[in-house]
Ligand binder design. Structure first.
Ligand code: GRF
Length: 193
């Protein structure tokens, strides 16, 4: 049989907790010939809506109970090792991973956050930006470090906040940019993965 031309994609797991629109977007990108990653596993800490995108695309998906987070991380690590997955994208994953887990994936675990970091770490970023009358908000992709939303920044994208914006409209605007930024960040760092 003729060998297919191309390269080996980086085996990737995406961790979610909710809607999964970034997961959906990354799945679409991963289907492109020249996009550096394949999505081989989706992990959620609960019955997240976004799991439907994994199912639709026949991607292995697992709900992992985090009531005992040590045990949960052990289960995940085993799974990642078995599947030879070397890269993790967090996309709306609402659990905090332990320092020892993150250490094992140093430089190989990234997150997307809906603000211009270091501004507005944590939750309710859009509300905070509106409340403070900010002129701009945006999103950031960064490496994950043990300190929440504080790892090295890979790339950011700005959006202008108009006078008419509220937290909901701003979220929509920022999400649109997230769908551009996350794939771009992955491409940018792929040489080091
Ligand atoms: C996104 O705004 C992302 O930046 C943040 O959580 C949200 C997840 O949205 N970390 P979705 O589940 O990808 O639709």
């Amino acid at each position: 049989m003729k060998k297919l031309a191309g390269f080996n994609k980086i085996k990737t797991a995406v961790f979610i907790s909710g809607r999964g629109s970034n997961l959906k977007n990354l799945i679409n990108f991963s289907k492109k010939k020249n996009f550096p990653i394949s999505i081989n596993l989706v992990i959620s800490n609960k019955k997240a809506k976004g799991l439907k995108f994994a199912k639709k695309n026949k991607i292995e998906n697992k709900i992992i109970n985090f009531s005992n987070s040590k045990k949960a991380e052990k289960t995940i690590l085993n799974l990642l090792n078995k599947r030879k997955i070397t890269f993790i994208c967090l996309a709306g994953f609402m659990k905090i991973l332990s320092a020892s887990f993150i250490k094992k994936f140093k430089g190989k675990i990234i997150n997307i956050h809906p603000s211009l970091l270091p501004k507005y770490k944590g939750l309710n970023t859009h509300k905070k930006a509106i409340k403070n009358n900010d002129k701009f908000s945006g999103c950031t992709v960064h490496y994950v470090s043990p300190k929440l939303d504080s790892g090295k920044i890979i790339i950011k994208k700005k959006v202008r906040i108009s006078k008419k914006d509220n937290a909901i409209s701003l979220e929509k605007k920022v999400l649109k940019k997230e769908y551009i930024l996350y794939p771009l960040a992955i491409k940018k760092i792929s040489i080091n993965l």
